[in-house]
Design a protein around this ligand. Structure first.
Ligand code: C2E
Ligand code: CA
Ligand code: CA
Length: 639
């Protein structure tokens, strides 16, 4: 019966059983056997014979109680068996009393005890079955051993005033010793359990929360008025560190990063490692925008070099942000969304991105936008914003870059990152380029007529470059509006050109031959080798805006910018710095001899009408006549 109920006994179960068994034995010896011994006057042969029965039954009872307590299972069959043995035992003890005092008469009431006991034991066998595993809580588990420990103490106290058999005292004492062992075992078990709980939630390498604990935390985000923000932090070039410096160094870097993250945030932010080189922060009640700001701060913190085997290592990171604010967000969805955002941050090299449903190719939002895309062409919903480029030597605006937006009827202005990849996937990219070329050149011509002639830069994608007629199309558009080809610059990224090198190169040469300028966009982020770029028919390098981050304080980035300026000049190419966000960066670039600057500090991209008045206002003659000497070097204060 016991085996059918428990697969494995724990030491604590045995100790519980021991306390109960010894307690029962002590009681029985004290109140049943002891007196009998007295009555028989200690005649051992009589006692031994008569005692054999009750002692055997006592052993059975002890076994039964021990196993009931140990298995924590007490169903009907146990009770039947127990009462069967007990009635048997009581009958035997009574028999012993009567026999000892010579008053036993055959056929009396006592004789019913034995068959009754046998019947009960038999029915226990009939009802016995593999019972369901009883699950009792800790409190219940402790009741029986506690009761018997208490009776043992009671018995010892009672023994102070009464004659207690030596065996009973021994049994009681043993019961208490076992009870004490049980308590000590429980204490150490509880301690071990607590430790293992902490361990199961801790990342071994960094001591931070592990994936499981982060998931548990995110699952709790269901609660009505808590929103959780998850920042997923992925180190950008961890594999290189691992490969070049070895795994031990990689592990050390991970520990350093963990420590720095821990130090960078307040104590109520949960910092964890999801695995590999992926870390995560979970913050309560933080909006997506605030989380993005926090992500930017984290990136700056990590940009401080780590000292690894005497080598300064910078842990560049890409961070994806997702919030639990919308309903129905489980831990898995938040994690998946942060992952999508993180991937975008990595791909677009923006550093930090928040999850945006439209960019998620699996979300209903994405399909809706995809369906709306056709109407965007027919309904002329693509609009162009223009961002000025400043000549850092003269302080004059010499060009603008055309940046497309989708003026969606319900969503308002949709940024290009959201829909460009959809266009690419649905083969509509060259249709967009045609729209952008036509519009931007029309606008450039109009600005010329308005008295502010300006160079126009247009972004071209990989799929455009493989079209043989691109050069022709461009030439025709220039003709149509009457603009000279040198007023147009097309921007291509290194990777764009790498996709189909032979055809792209042919197209680029055709375009360049017609007099149109060619700029290498996002320079420094691509995979093309320098010698390859040198062979392209290009007229300008445009340094990616990620290198302008933290300029001039960030010495690492500053070194890159400085050497890129030198490189561009060595190749006889002007350098455009993108992402100029403050005056300090602007001054610093101008001092280093960087040719052109573009960025929010100079101006955000703006629609044509706004651009026209902006340009006209700037080109208006200055009132003060005495600014002349410093004017050419100093860059005009903007905004
Ligand atoms: P891009 O060519 O690198 O364009 C510069 C992006 O940086 C623009 O984002 C611009 O708004 C943003 N930006 C400008 N100044 C700053 C600054 O100071 N700080 C920061 N953080 N950002 C600045 P936008 O307009 O969202 O364009 C994103 C990308 O979409 C462009 O990157 C370009 O690759 C693509 N794109 C935009 N318009 C077109 C287009 O007409 N055709 C094609 N094929 N691609 C386009
Ligand atoms: Ca561009
Ligand atoms: Ca760029």
């Amino acid at each position: 019966m016991v085996r059918s109920r428990v697969a494995r006994f724990s030491p604590s179960s045995w100790l519980d059983g021991g306390v109960a068994g010894l307690g029962i034995a002590a009681l029985v010896v004290a109140f049943a056997l002891g007196p009998t011994l007295e009555i028989t006057g200690g005649n051992l042969s009589v006692v031994a014979t008569n005692l054999a029965y009750p002692v055997a039954e006592l052993v059975l009872i002890v076994i039964l109680v021990t196993s009931v307590v140990a298995t924590r299972a007490s169903d009907r069959s146990f009770w039947l068996l127990g009462s069967g043995i007990a009635i048997f035992g009581v009958s035997d003890v009574l028999y012993m009393f009567l026999e000892a005092s010579g008053t036993y008469a055959e056929g009396g009431l006592l004789d019913v005890g034995w068959p009754l006991g046998a019947v009960l034991m038999g029915s226990a066998a009939c009802t016995a079955r593999a019972a369901d595993r009883p699950t009792k809580d800790i409190g219940q588990r402790f009741t029986i051993p506690t009761i018997f420990a208490a009776t043992s103490v009671g018995l010892l106290l009672w023994g102070q005033g009464h004659d207690l058999a030596v065996v009973a005292i021994l049994l009681t004492t043993s019961a208490l010793v076992v009870a004490a062992m049980r308590v000590m075992l429980t204490l150490s078990e509880v301690r071990a359990l607590a430790a293992s709980r902490v361990e199961a939630r801790t990342d071994e390498l960094t001591g931070l929360a592990n994936r499981r604990s982060l998931l548990e935390l995110l699952d709790a985000a269901d609660a009505p008025d808590t929103t959780l923000a998850l920042l997923m932090i992925d180190l950008d070039r961890f594999k290189e560190v691992n490969d070049s410096l070895g795994h031990a160094a990689g592990d050390r870097l991970l520990r350093f990063v963990g420590e720095r993250l821990r130090d960078a945030v307040s104590p109520d932010v949960v910092v964890g490692r999801l695995g590999g080189d992926e870390f995560a922060l979970v913050v309560r009640n933080l909006s997506s925008g605030e989380a993005v700001d926090m992500g930017k701060r984290i990136r700056t913190t990590l940009a401080d070099p780590f000292d690894l085997e005497g080598m300064p290592i910078i842990a560049d990171a890409s961070i994806g942000v997702a919030c639990s604010s919308e309903q129905g967000t489980t831990a898995a969805t938040i994690l998946a969304r942060a992952d999508i955002a993180m991937y975008r941050a990595k791909r677009d090299r923006t550093g930090v991105e928040a999850y945006c449903p439209a960019a998620d190719t699996m979300s209903p939002d994405h399909f809706e936008l995809l369906a709306d895309l056709r109407a965007a062409f027919t309904g002329r919903q693509f609009v162009l914003h223009y961002q000025p480029q400043l000549d850092l030597r003269s302080g004059e605006v010499v060009g603008v870059e055309a940046l497309v937006r989708w003026n969606h009827p319900r969503r308002g202005l949709v940024p290009p990152d959201t829909f460009l990849s959809m266009l690419e996937q649905t083969n509509q990219m060259s249709a967009l380029t045609a729209v952008v070329l036509r519009q931007s050149l029309t606008d450039a011509a109009e600005l010329g007529r308005a008295g502010v002639p300006i160079r126009m830069s247009v972004n071209i994608s990989a799929s455009d470059l493989v079209h043989e007629q691109l050069a022709d199309k461009i030439a025709r558009q220039l003709d149509r509006v009457g603009l000279r080809p040198e007023m147009l610059t097309i921007e291509v990224t290194e990777d764009t050109v790498m996709i189909d090198r032979v055809r792209s190169l042919r197209t680029l040469h055709q375009i360049r031959a017609s007099g149109v300028n060619i700029s290498v966009d996002d320079y420094g982020t691509g995979r093309a080798s320098l010698s390859y770029i040198r062979d392209l028919p290009i007229t300008e390098l445009k340094l990616d805006r990620s290198f302008l981050e933290g300029i001039p304080v960030d010495t690492h980035n500053a070194a890159i910018v400085r050497s890129t300026i030198e490189l561009a000049h060595a190749l006889d190419l002007p350098l455009v710095a993108e992402g100029v966000e403050d005056q300090a960066a602007l001054d610093w670039l101008a001092n280093l001899g960087c040719d052109l600057g573009q960025g929010y500090h100079i101006s955000r991209p703006m629609p044509l009408t706004q651009l026209r008045s902006w340009l006209l206002a700037r080109s208006a003659p200055t009132v003060e006549p005495d600014v002349e000497p410093t004017r050419s070097r100093r860059v005009v204060e903007m905004m």
